[in-house]
Design a protein around this ligand. Structure first.
Ligand code: PRP
Length: 208
């Protein structure tokens, strides 16, 4: 039976997307339309069998796990919050490099047995705080965590740091690096067998 369903590569909006598009445009899977001028979420590429799905980074693992998309581009920070058996991590694209760090107004680790941590990374935050023997009360925020300590919502934050500008401008210091972060290529497990030719070709084209 001929499989006519398109092969779907899921890309996150935002910083990863901006970094990634120039790499994609150098391959035979380049986007045909200018993504900045379109509201379409499923975009055509120069390869008729391959389409690009543009969604939020946090949703990329969901599409890949279900098989609704075959390959995905996503930050390691997001993957660390998901169960590893849900997808296969194929390669580190070395884009979007930054770090997941603990930050606060002062070195709050000294003498603390319990801290309120504002973060959108509850799993990584709990794991890290357990590893240093401090109980974490997680305050889940979906962004702009940097303002939480100044306003007394939390004692500290666990968030991504790139240049450090957001921390500095909100009166915070980086206290400890938890993990180095970069953009990863992930695949649906079944697609590794059924779509291996395209997966290998796209992987090679992107990691050259
Ligand atoms: C990320 C991150 C920090 C900021 C760090 O936010 O959550 O807030 O970048 O970058 P810097 O160290 O260079 O200042 P982003 O702008 O991606 O938006 P978000 O809050 O929606 O995650």
């Amino acid at each position: 039976m001929i499989d006519n369903t398109p092969f779907i590569l899921a890309l996150p909006k935002g910083r990863v997307y901006e970094d990634f598009i120039p790499c994609l445009q150098e391959t035979r899977f380049a986007l045909k339309d200018d993504p900045n001028k379109s509201r379409k979420m499923l975009l055509d590429t120069k390869c008729p069998e391959v389409k690009v799905l543009v969604i939020r980074g946090w949703d990329v693992p969901t599409y890949i796990t279900s098989g609704a998309a075959h390959l995905g581009i996503v930050g390691k920070d997001i993957l660390m919050e998901k169960e590893e058996e849900e997808f296969v991590e194929l390669s580190d694209l070395k884009l979007g490099q930054c770090r997941l760090s603990l930050a606060g107004t002062e070195n709050i680790l000294t003498g603390s047995s319990k801290l309120k941590i504002a973060t959108k990374y509850p799993k990584s935050a709990t794991k890290f705080m357990n590893s240093i023997g401090i109980q974490a009360e997680i305050i889940y925020l979906n962004g702009a965590q940097e303002i939480a300590p100044i306003l007394g919502l939390s004692d500290a934050i666990i968030d991504l740091v790139d240049t450090g500008k957001t921390l500095e401008e909100n009166g915070l210091k980086e206290i400890e690096t938890i993990s180095e972060i970069s953009t990863r290529l992930i695949a649906n497990k079944a697609s590794l067998k059924t779509k291996s030719d395209l997966i290998n070709e796209i992987k090679e084209a992107l990691t050259k």
